[in-house]
Design a binder for this molecule. Structure first.
Ligand code: ATP
Ligand code: MG
Length: 728
């Protein structure tokens, strides 16, 4: 008998982690192919990490012989962190993306054949950047500039084709809204080969090339096959076809492959992810062992039950029954705000009250949601972390337009500033008209020069004089008022509408940018402050990337929250048109992906999950996401059949204006504003016992055990947050 203590007993003592039977089986099954299909929070990533340690400690495998492939660089870092936390004494293995492996292979190959190549994505030189090349090709085929949205769409189209390995004769059958996409792709491929002195490769090409190299170069293939004895892939539901076949080739000889996946969390099919591959796993690896895990260790009873019911609305899936032995932790909360414009403030207010920001995340579908949030969080002094901070907002042409128009209120002598916005103001000054005055240096208003020297249409004169006068009046105006004048009286919003008609821009999106600018401008007194504030926020956003692991709230898209977990999760913007998106309503498969995305987001929460929607946005009536309605229905249906009989009631609060929230009914809550008097002892749902220090209009100042907090009296009444202590 081996006197050495069993690995698992040791781990139990060292880490207090007790693996369940399936997890144990997955860790022990080191030789040969293994597919671990499991629900969110069931310990897939944990199992992968334990398995790596098991290989090293028990099987004596050198860490350098193990390769753990992750979906993204961020996921690789997360896994590395988790590994270090568990096994600080072990040398970490190679956690990286398949792209980095492909890059090594491609580099080795081109060195060998002595052929230079250049990457055109990531940190690539703008001159040779994929985006620049595509922009140029689009312009030369269609005569007009491609919009940012169309460029994104075009890149998705290309990625999809490359990742799915669609042969060129079928490119035309891949759906896209970009006109002439197929032709542009043909030209793009040709340009990369012959357009410059060297071969150009984008990230997808690295995969395609790596696969080709493994196919045709026997030496390199052998070298890479011999490099690793064990390969593991996490989040494999989002692995694409070309990635799967690279992995196949890599493990061909030993077949020591552990694939971990959850088909219900597949959220990248639009980019060519191939979760159906997992269904055929046995065809590719006939000896594969397949294991299933359904117990969730992450989330509360309430969250697991609701999520499990919710995902069943999808038809194209392996049926599973996720369950948990975790205790209940309070119901899922639903908050419906009267208007979108309160959302960021609402979150800043609520999250600002939390003791600990680290375990809190705000999740949204679209990156654009983040700007309003960072504005409010920055104002409220709440630190936040964003892994995918997107600075594009600040350089967006709508933002630049507004800044340029503001500049014109300081001086209208600069034709170069007017040149940036001339066609987007009342009067619609044309390029030719502007050309006529551009070089005049007489230190006069460019508008006067236009009237004097440019060939204007009769109706333009009056409008241009009006623009000039409006800009003059705007001098010194607070920025919020200035933006309103720009949108209205100066005709900017009308101009945007025309641009949308002409170029197919999304109007909602552009108007959304203007509204966000108004939110940022709110409370600022000068346009200089406004410009400085934008600069500041841009900087804050850059810094937000560095706050990982700090005491900061995580702001993330649903997509990028994959694999992560937090005590408290706020899912926001839960309205029809955003999730599901408008184009998803028509298409069953897209709709199912939207359901999965919602499911991924909600299963990030350990204890507290809040779903936020609103009734109005930009003056339009909004409908709650059908997914929110579905969860509400699941939750209320379950209440009726609760075995214990201790049914939590949910009531709609009435009598205080609009119903904005549904929260657990508290029969003891203070219901009348007259009960808020100085010196009154109260108990708060979150903060515990306290005493009212002051009452000033709607503001209650209360000293709780840990700190003094200001609360809105109306909110406390509406949400039943405070109880009278004397009465208890
Ligand atoms: P996702 O699908 O979201 O990526 P996952 O399946 O990878 O989730 P993990 O992140 O590995 O799940 O684990 C979720 C949580 O459950 C973690 O906090 C982990 O520590 C805990 N956990 C996993 N297995 C066990 C176990 N056997 N006992 C107790 N806790 C566990
Ligand atoms: Mg995981």
């Amino acid at each position: 008998m081996n006197t050495k203590q069993d690995f698992f007993t040791r781990k139990k003592e060292e880490l207090a982690v007790v693996l369940n039977d399936v997890q144990l089986a997955a860790v022990r099954h080191t030789e040969g192919p293994l597919l671990l299909l499991a629900s969110p929070g069931s310990g897939k990533t944990t199992t992968v990490i334990m398995r790596i340690a098991y290989l090293i400690e028990e099987k004596g495998v050198a860490p350098s012989r193990i390769k753990a492939i992750t979906f993204s660089r961020a996921a690789a870092n997360d896994m590395k962190d988790r590994f270090r936390k568990f096994f600080p004494y072990l040398q970490p293995v190679d956690f990286s993306t398949i792209h980095s492996l492909a890059f090594e292979l491609v580099r080795a190959y081109f060195r060998k054949v002595n052929m230079p190549f250049r990457l055109i994505e990531g940190d690539a030189d703008m001159q040779f950047h994929k985006k620049t090349i595509l922009r140029n090709l689009y312009k030369s085929t269609s005569g007009v500039n491609i919009t940012e949205d169309q460029l994104e769409e075009l890149m998705t189209y290309i990625s999809y084709i490359k990742n799915k390995m669609v042969p060129s004769e079928k490119w035309a059958s891949v759906a896209t809204e970009v006109p002439g996409a197929e032709r542009i792709l043909m030209q793009y491929e040709a340009f990369k080969r012959t357009g410059t002195g060297q071969l150009l490769l984008d990230f997808d090409d690295m995969l395609t090339k790596a696969n080709e190299i493994l196919q045709k170069d026997a030496d390199l293939r052998r070298m890479y096959q011999e490099r690793y004895d064990y390969v593991l892939t996490d989040e494999s539901q989002d692995t694409s076809m070309v990635q799967h076949v690279i992995v196949e080739k890599l493990v061909q000889v030993h077949q020591n492959l552990c694939v971990v996946a959850d088909d219900d969390q597949s959220i990248y099919s639009w980019r060519g992810a191939e979760s159906a591959y997992l269904l055929n796993f046995k065809k590719v690896y006939p000896d594969a062992k397949i294991l299933y895990m359904e117990q969730n260790y992450r989330s509360s009873q309430e969250i697991v039950t609701a999520a499990n019911q919710f995902i069943k609305r999808n038809k194209h899936r392996y049926d599973k029954n996720m369950f948990t032995e975790n205790p209940a932790a309070g119901p899922i909360r639903f908050v419906r705000l009267p208007d979108y414009k309160y959302q960021a403030k609402y979150l800043a207010q609520n999250i600002g009250l939390l003791e600990n920001f680290f375990e809190t995340a705000v999740l949204y579908r679209n990156n654009t949601s983040s700007i309003a949030l960072i504005n409010e969080f920055d104002r409220a002094g709440i630190p936040f972390y964003m892994k995918d901070a997107d600075n594009r907002f600040f350089s967006h042409w709508v933002v630049q337009d507004i800044l340029n128009m503001m500049r014109l209120t300081f001086t209208d002598k600069r034709a170069d500033i007017l040149e940036q916005v001339h066609s987007k103001l009342n009067g619609y000054i044309t390029k030719q008209q502007l050309e006529a005055v551009k070089r005049i240096r007489n230190n006069k208003s460019v508008f006067d020069n236009l009237i004097q020297y440019a060939p204007l249409k009769a109706y333009q004169k009056k409008q241009i004089l009006e623009v000039k006068e409006t800009l003059r009046q705007m001098n010194g105006m607070p920025p919020l008022d200035a933006i309103k004048v720009i949108r209205g009286r100066l005709g900017y919003e009308k101009a945007l509408e025309n641009l949308c008609k002409k170029f197919g821009f999304r109007k909602d999106y552009l108007i959304g940018i203007l509204n966000t600018l108004e939110e940022i401008a709110d409370t600022l007194s000068t346009m200089e402050e406004f410009a400085a504030r934008l600069k500041h926020l841009e900087q804050v956003l850059k810094m937000a990337k560095l706050k990982k692991g700090k005491n900061a709230v995580t702001l993330s898209t649903f997509h990028n929250s994959k694999g992560l977990e937090f005590e408290n999760v706020y899912m926001i913007d839960l309205v029809e048109g955003i999730i599901p998106g408008s184009d998803e309503k028509e298409d069953e498969l897209l709709m199912e992906e939207s359901v999965r995305l919602f499911y991924v987001a909600m299963t990030r929460a350990k204890k507290s999950l809040e779903m936020v929607s609103y009734e109005k946005r930009n003056g339009n009536q909004m409908m709650d996401s059908r997914f929110v309605s579905a969860i509400k229905k699941i939750v209320s249906g379950r209440k009726k059949t609760t075995r214990t009989g201790s049914v939590e009631r949910k009531v709609k609060m009435v009598g205080l204006g609009k119903d904005t929230a549904e929260i657990p009914y508290n029969p003891n809550a203070i219901k009348d504003v007259s009960a808020f008097t100085v010196g009154k002892k109260v108990k708060h749902r979150v903060f515990g016992h306290g005493e009212i220090l002051s009452v000033d209009g709607d503001t209650l100042e209360i000293r709780f055990e840990k700190r003094v907090v200001k609360l809105s009296a109306v909110t406390c009444l509406k949400m039943g947050l405070l109880e009278e202590v004397d009465k208890l």
